[in-house]
Write a protein that binds this ligand. Sequence first.
Ligand code: DP6
Length: 337
Amino acid sequence: MTNHSSVFTGQARAHTNIALIKYWGKKDPDLFLPMVSSLSLTLSAFYTDTRVSFSESYTENRLLVNGLEQTGKAKESLDRFMSVIGSKMEHPLPIHIESFNHVPTAAGLASSASAYAAMTGAIAQALNWDLDLQSLSRIARRGSGSATRSLFGGFVEWEKGTDDLSSKAIPIDDGLWDVGMLALVLNDKEKTISSRDGMAKTVATSPFYPAFVSSQDSDLELMKKAIKERDIVSMGEIAEHNAMKMHATTLSAKPPMTYLSPDSLRAIKAVQDLRNSGFTCYYTMDAGPNVKILSPASQQDDLIKALRQIFKDVTLVKSQAGPAMRYLSDEEWQELY
Ligand code: DP6
């Protein structure tokens, strides 16, 4: 914490994550308690650096992302999160936030997960909170569900829990072995429904949603076993099935919707074909058209070469297991920005 005439500042870095067992649906939208537990891999290639400052002289919360002032939904989400933070402060103060997303240009992979995980870390440093990563994961959860998992590195479970205290992240495995995730960034500019709105509509209207929920615990247990055994084939089979069960709930919502674009389907087919030709590769997708490919890290370069034949001008980004949230010092921040 730095205190220049009652300005409290803090900085942190957090990496984004991709779920192998999906979070989809809230039981309690206020506390962000999910309907299901989930499990993700924190990614080395994508992260957010965030600096926050609290001051009596500020009149409102402000958020700059890559230099651009955020308004609309992003600002609403921040104000809502800050009311949670304010309830933990003796004298709540407005906050100013500067955030930098480190994702390849135009990748469209900026994520609320790394954003709220980094923001939570920076706030903890500014306010001198002596909390462990698990306690911070419960706070980040109130900003965005997937942020719960981005406090830790490697494979991370978000245990759904039953209340504010028990809904938290648990590190499963550091992921520092031959496993990787390739992001296939499809140049699809079409605006999609946010995951927040998409999951709410699905829970309310899809007759398939209960089926997704009822098979989640066994998917999660099988995934944890496969990770422990470093069995990428089983991990991939479970991840594909789990992802498509989630996407089936959006297709069966009323009115129906989907995050899969024609190019997503082409990419899925390409992954299946590459698998038939001997690669160990499996796909997963979130609330957008991009496809992420799980494989041994040692196969990523060859996969990129093969995918390049099919997708001439897409961006392909290699990731391995990324680290946990870490605090940045004033000096580091000055050097970086
Ligand atoms: C499909 O965490 O973005 O990526 O909690 O409303 O902020 P909110 O939603 P968000 O949802 C992520 C959904 C997902 C699956 C996952 O990451 O587990």
